[in-house]
Ligand binder design. Sequence first.
Ligand code: AKG
Ligand code: FE2
Length: 363
Amino acid sequence: MQETAIAAAGPASGPSVWKGGDFSTDRSWMRELTGAQAAALVDATRRWEGRDFRSLQRVEAQAALAALIPTAEAARADLASRGFVVLRGLPVQDMTPAEIQRAYWAVGLLFGEGLTQNASADFLCPVTDMGVDFGYSGSASQLNVRGYQSKADLNYHCDPSDVVSLLCVRKALAGGQSSIVSTPAIYNEILRAHPQHLPVLLRGFQYDRKAEQWATEAPVTERIPVFVPRNGRVSCRYARSYILGAAQKTVPLTDAETAALDCFDAIARREDMPLRMAFEPGDIQFVNNYTVVHGRTAYEDHADPARRRFLWRLWLYLGDQAPWCEEGDVMRWAHARFGNLGRTVDEWARIAASADQPVTVSH
Ligand SMILES: O=C(O)CCC(=O)C(=O)O
Ligand SMILES: [Fe+2]
C-alpha cells in the first residue's frame, strides 16, 4: 500500500484502541474468581488425579468447571474487544505442581486449544530463568536463545499464537513487571505522526526460527507484515529479536527498516501507552496477540532456587473465533507452526506416532 492509500484507510477505532491511562481507575480487566470457582478447580483436579493434563478433553473441563463458564465467556469477550484480561485467584497455594498444571490446562480448554511451544513440544511451557543470556545486542548467541528462559528485560512483542496466557506460580524478588500496549493504538500514532514508516511495516519482516524448525523447513519465515489494517481494525505481529535473528541469517536490515522498528518501540515505550500490571501467584493473564504486545522488565530472583519466579505459559488456538481482521494465513501461521511448534494435542499425537516425521526433542 502506498502512503496515500494508507492514509485513506484511516485509523483503527473501537475498544482495541486504548492507552494505559484509560485504566487508571478502571479495574474491569481484572476478573477475580469466587471462592466457589476456586473450590471447583481444586475439586476437579483432585478428581483427575493421575491424569496427564494433555489428555483432558474440553467437554470434561466444561462439565467439571461449569462454575467458571460465565467468567470464561466474559473473558473471551474481553479478548475480542480490548484484547486482554486477567483472571485472579487460581488457588496455586492449595495445589501440587501436577494439580496446578491440570487446573490451568482445564481453564485454557474453556477458551480454546493449547499448542506446542518449542522443540520439546511443551504444551505448558515454564517461563523461568534457566541462566540463558538473552538480549538485543545483535550477537548471534543472544539471538539464538528464547527470552522466556532468561531473566532479561523483554521488549514489547507478540507471541505467535492467537492468544498467549501466563499463569503466575511465583513472582520475582524484584522486577519482572508485566506490561501491555494496544497495537492498534501504536498503529494510529504511526499513521498520525510518522506515516513514512508504514510501507516498511506493512511489507513486514522475516522471522528467525531459532533452529527449532525441521530439517525440511526453512530457517527463517517469509515476510510477516507488522500491521494488516482492514475496515477500521488492525492486526499486528511483532517480535524484534526474531526479526534481528532472521536478518543476521539472511540480509541485514536497511536503515529504513531499523528506523521503522525503532519508531514502533519508541511509541510502545512512551509513558502514556502501556498498562502495567504486577502479577500475584494465581493470576492468569490472557492477551490477544493480534491487538496487544506484551513485555516485562528484567528481574532478580530469590537466592533459593525453589522460590525463583515461575510462570506457566499456554499458547491458545481459537479457531474461527480468532482472526481479528483479514490478516491472512501468513500473519497467523508463518511463525506459529514449524518444527514441533504450533501443534494441537491431536496433531502432536499424530506427528509423534509417525515414524517418518523429523521429531527432535532438545531436553
Ligand atoms: O515473563 C513474562 O512476564 C513474559 C514472558 C513472555 O513474554 C513469554 O514467555 O512469551
Ligand atoms: Fe511473550
